[in-house]
Design a protein around this ligand. Structure first.
Ligand code: HEM
Ligand code: HEM
Length: 124
């Protein structure tokens, strides 16, 4: 397996464990106040990164070069920064909205890079 695909899966399972433990805590406590954070850690961190890993495994040439590494890094940074920003907003401090927005912008940038790599490498 090329290294980036492996790193996608290594990172995705950490988000999955974190997101599921968070879900268990939400279920046990009955406090679903951070549900959007739980949902996005799971769907961005676990599901999306695992899908990136599948793509980089199927099209290893797309994983070569610095763009794919940057894509992986930006998407990870976006997931973590968005989660921190949304957590702070939902726990009562609206002033952290720019942090959530910044994280979301990193996510969109990371996904735009991924879209570019997909279109570039699936032509043949
Ligand atoms: C041990 C595993 C998990 C537990 C205990 C758990 C628990 C929960 C709980 C308590 C909620 C709040 C439900 C509500 O307030 O209506 C929730 C919502 C959600 N969870 Fe999980 N979860 C788990 C794993 C996952 C995984 C693996 C994913 C995605 C791959 C996921 C995606 C979501 C989503 C998208 C929502 C929001 C649903 C909605 O909009 O109503 N969860 N989860
Ligand atoms: C830039 C990236 C994203 C932003 C800014 C964003 C923003 C949001 C917002 C504002 C909500 C409503 C939350 C609420 O009602 O309290 C939401 C819900 C949801 N989003 Fe996203 N989203 C993003 C990416 C994604 C992606 C890529 C997925 C799936 C792979 C996804 C899946 C969901 C799901 C399942 C819900 C319903 C659960 C919930 O209410 O938290 N989102 N999102």
């Amino acid at each position: 397996m090329n290294n980036l695909a492996a790193w996608c899966f290594r990172t995705a399972v950490i988000y999955a464990l974190f997101g599921m433990i968070m879900g268990e805590i939400m279920a046990a406590s009955g406090d679903h106040g951070l549900m959007p954070v739980h949902a996005h850690i799971n769907v961005l961190g676990w599901v999306s990164l695992a899908l990136f890993g599948v793509f980089y495994k199927l099209w290893p040439e797309a994983a070569e070069g610095s763009l794919a590494g940057l894509q992986f890094g930006l998407f990870n940074a976006g997931t973590v920064v968005q989660a921190i920003g949304v957590t702070l907003i939902l726990t009562g401090d609206e002033s952290f909205a720019p942090v959530a927005a910044g994280g979301s912008a990193l996510l969109i940038l990371g996904m735009a890079m991924f879209a570019f790599l997909v279109y570039r490498h699936t032509r043949s």
